[in-house]
Design a protein around this ligand. Structure first.
Ligand code: ADP
Length: 482
């Protein structure tokens, strides 16, 4: 059977493209998930214009109408969770359990923002001037471009699109080239759930070609972006110079501190899940274990033992703990960082390219032991199943090492000592702190984001999202003549 062909969607209609790109399954490179007809800058322009034309109608809907669309879409995502999880695992390579979790999360996010659309978001206050009334209301920002990465093919588009639509904006979504099918399904579901044509448009194209139009067009009022630092800087340049809003999520270099007061089993599981879950391809992945001297050797031995039974294989097989790396260039990057770590003195356990029944990008989980916090592997984001270990004398040094991260998205500590965990929560310089939990794994109803080079602009998700997707208006009213 020939693969499905997907196209961009502008104003509710499919738009054929000139070039075709095959979307391949990283667990089985012979398996083509779909073919994509790639759009160029002209279609990106059309999508922006369609969003602009749809804005008066969509921003003029009642909160109830917007809530109904989002709720209906959320119900369909949840009802089709198994099917969409299979597509996600096939397209991106995370395991079926992880993929199902992500799809359910996308459904929950849609429903959360359905509820949020109906919440009171304004204020009515007495003025400091007698007889004058003040109201602070929230209005949509306008046309929003959402640019998303490959590692959460349905959840990240959902957590950008849902609040944008809930608060009355119109949207152009540009997903990563590696994962078009999940994004296409989400847009299709939302359009069928009752969006007017043009309220949500999909541009399937190469970032270098369509990106500048989607971020730099004068009609685009705000850009929400998740991806690499380099591309984020380009997005920043093309939005800031014309005064458009920007929200950037650029990754993380996340430490997990393990002290001698940790429950060893809990600490091992936190590192395994946080470091190697989703093949380590999460911006919240625990990439550095900072371990105090008293427990270091026991911890490393226990993690190594646990990894020896960790099964790497086809993302959709029942007995797989970890799927493949997403593509060949990411695999090369993982191997390059492991080589640099070895050169700088680390002993690497694992990190071998694996053969499986079908050709895929398989890599065994890697632990780089004996690193220092200033080594390259501890200062740059690897984005693979690679964790390095840093030995420190005590908790104070562990905290200092954890705070050395310049991409402070999520920091964790494993300890049963209340004073230590309280101190860490207070003094960590990360945007999110986890105690006896993996650094990855967050809730959808609270703000998400990091500090330093990790994030720019208002927080994403939950109660935080309204700051980016709305703009306030302060109105003063005097009763005039009595
Ligand atoms: P990653 O390394 O995770 O692929 P990228 O920053 O390259 O991170 O990609 C994240 C998203 O940014 C993708 O959807 C990609 O197509 C898009 N992108 C790439 N180049 C540009 C650009 N110049 N402008 C806007 N978006 C871009």
């Amino acid at each position: 059977m020939s693969p499905r062909v997907l196209t961009s969607i502008v104003a509710g209609l499919p738009v054929p493209g000139a070039d075709r790109l095959a979307d391949r399954n990283p667990s089985n490179l012979d398996d083509v998930v779909c073919e994509v007809e790639l759009s160029g800058p002209d279609v990106a322009h059309d999508a922006v214009r369609a969003a602009q034309q749809a804005l008066p109608r969509w921003s003029g809907t009642t909160p109830w109408q917007r809530a109904e669309v989002l709720d209906r879409a959320g119900s369909e995502v949840l009802a089709r969770a198994d099917e969409l999880a299979d597509l996600l695992a096939r397209e991106e390579g995370k395991t079926l359990i992880e993929a199902r979790g992500e799809v359910v999360r996308a459904g929950q996010i849609l429903k959360y923002y359905a509820g949020s659309a109906l919440q009171p978001h304004g204020q009515a206050l007495d003025s400091v001037r007698p007889g004058v009334e003040v109201t602070v209301t929230r209005e949509p920002v306008g046309v929003v471009t959402a640019i998303t990465p490959w590692n959460f093919p349905i959840a990240i588009p959902a957590w950008k699109i849902a609040p944008a639509l809930a608060y009355g904006n119109t949207v152009v979504l540009k997903p990563a080239e590696l994962v078009p099918a999940c994004a296409w399904e989400l847009v299709d579901i939302l359009n069928r759930a009752g969006l007017p044509p043009g309220a949500l448009n999909l541009v399937l194209g190469r970032g270098s070609q369509v990106g500048p139009v989607l971020t730099g067009s004068p009609e685009v009022d705000a850009v929400t972006f998740t991806g690499s630092v380099g591309t984020g800087q380009a997005v920043m340049a093309s939005t800031m110079t014309r005064g458009a809003k920007a929200q950037l999520e650029l990754g993380g270099k996340n430490p997990l501190v393990v002290t001698e007061h940790a429950d060893l089993q809990v600490a091992v599981e936190c590192l395994i899940q946080g470091g190697f879950g989703s093949t380590g391809q999460r911006c919240t992945a625990s990439s550095i274990a900072i371990v105090t001297d008293a427990v270091h050797d026991r911890f490393v031995a226990a993690v190594t033992q646990r990894l020896a039974t960790w099964r790497v294989g086809d993302a959709r097989a029942d007995d797989t703990d970890m799927g493949p790396v997403v593509d060949s260039s990411q695999l090369e990057q993982d191997l390059r960082y492991l080589e640099i770590a070895r050169t700088q003195g680390a002993e690497v356990v694992g990190g071998e390219v694996l053969d499986r029944a079908r050709a895929g990008h398989y890599l065994s989980p890697a632990l780089a032991v004996g690193t220092t916090i200033t080594d390259t592997i501890n200062t740059e984001e690897v984005f693979g199943p690679v964790v390095s270990v840093v030995r420190v004398p005590d908790y104070a040094d562990a905290l200092a090492a954890a705070n050395a991260s310049t991409m402070n998205l999520s920091a964790g500590i494993c300890t049963t000592d209340l004073a230590e965990s309280s101190h860490f929560k207070r003094h960590s310089s990360a945007g999110m702190v986890m105690v006896n939990l993996p650094t990855a794994g967050v809730d959808f109803h609270v703000p998400f984001g990091g500090r330093g080079a990790s994030s720019y602009g208002p927080r994403e998700q939950g109660t935080g999202a309204i700051e980016f997707f709305t703009t306030t208006k302060t109105a003063y009213t005097s009763p005039g003549a009595p």
